[in-house]
Design a protein around this ligand. Sequence first.
Ligand code: GLU
Length: 480
Amino acid sequence: MSVRVRFAPSPTGYLHIGGARTALYNWLYARAVGGTFVLRIEDTDLERSKREYEELQKEDLKWLGIIHDEGPDKPNPKYGPYRQSERLDIYMKYALDLIEKDLAYYDFTTGEELEAIKAENEAEGVHTHYQGKWKNPGMKTEALAKIAAGEKPAIRFRAPMKAFALNDKVKGEVVYPADMVGDFVIIRSSGLPVYNYCCVVDDMLMEITHVIRGEDHLNNTVRQLMLYEAFKYTPPVFAHVSLLIGQDRQKLSKRHGATSVHLYKDEHYMPEAMCNYLTLLGWSHPEEKDIFTKEEIVPMFGLERFSSHSAIYDLVKFKYVNGQHLRKLTNAELVAQLNTIIPAGHAFHAQATAWKEQCVELLKQKVDFITEMQPMMDDMIFDENVEMTDELKDILSWETTPKIVSYIAAEVAKIEGFASEAQLNVWSEHAKKELGIKGKPLFMGLRAALTGKGHGPDLKFLIPLTPVSVLKKRAAKLGA
Ligand code: GLU
């Protein structure tokens, strides 16, 4: 049987990084084994679910390159529809089948009555599962009469009082003791089904073979196992991946940084870097590599390498991973991105393509994000001002430096455009031979005279990128 996996988001908000990781693991597994990756929309919470969120989540998945093979927009008639809100009749049909077999029953207990029972139990310090009168199989005739009279019951599943065991691919053997859960509602009196129930009906009818999802669903799984048994259907293989936690070991939340994928997209994180980093949060590369594309991982991906420990979400590492991916882009690709990011009218746009490519070659060694390039360029290349830092004041106080500054001021006054690397060598040789300055006073003095700074990138890369008009202004300010 060919592998079928699914990502089943609820469209009640943006795509969360934990959700993106789940989607990614499912995608990787499907690609690794030649299976099918299904997108199912779990929108039975009609009040909170919005089509707009479904679209936004799909957009984020697309941005990450996590493309589904089947879903609302790519239906396979054998398995669709793919939105739970469009499958309500299917859920009802299967629930009636369970009632027919006496594995579920109609329940007219009202919310208030349930509250009262709960309060009573609490007062007596006992914990009992639902024991209402509708549980009694003899009540069915009365129930049907009520329905005929227009009353709307919930449908409650008769939970078997026995232990269940799960052989989870990540967590290993999980045992759910008998009596852990009591009879539970599968369809509310409103006609809307509950998650654990639709999940099973859908996974069964969509022939899902492997469920890879967050560990937070482990408690739900016992209810799902009960339902599979009731339907006499072999459950899929489960892999409950560990939770994402913050550095403080608390559940990941906004306190730890942005938790929605789109915020990272807005901050120009690279989708390749996000997939790379998310893959590492709970799975490890067989050769312990930490930089890769998701396509590179496909041939080696399997359920065996998941960690059962919580994964710590670390923005510092994520940024580092982003920098590694940024440096994999060609200079032409980086320039193309900068062309769209840097505002119109900026001096960058006026430069030749060769200049732009040399510029990114220099900057990419120093940044992890494309957005960091423009501020750095402004500071190192286009800034005509000279900031009198202590470091600069110190260099200017040496008796050799004013000589270099006035020499450079006179030299740059003679040229236009850009000074070449050869030109820089001429200046340096002149200062050495004619001004008699060597070593640190020479190279620091030259740097100060040309850049107005005490440190920075190698002058032979920086100066040919700096407009001479800027060099003139700096030299004038330093000489004043
Ligand atoms: N809609 C559920 C969620 O977003 C899906 C859980 C599952 O994968 O079974 O958490």
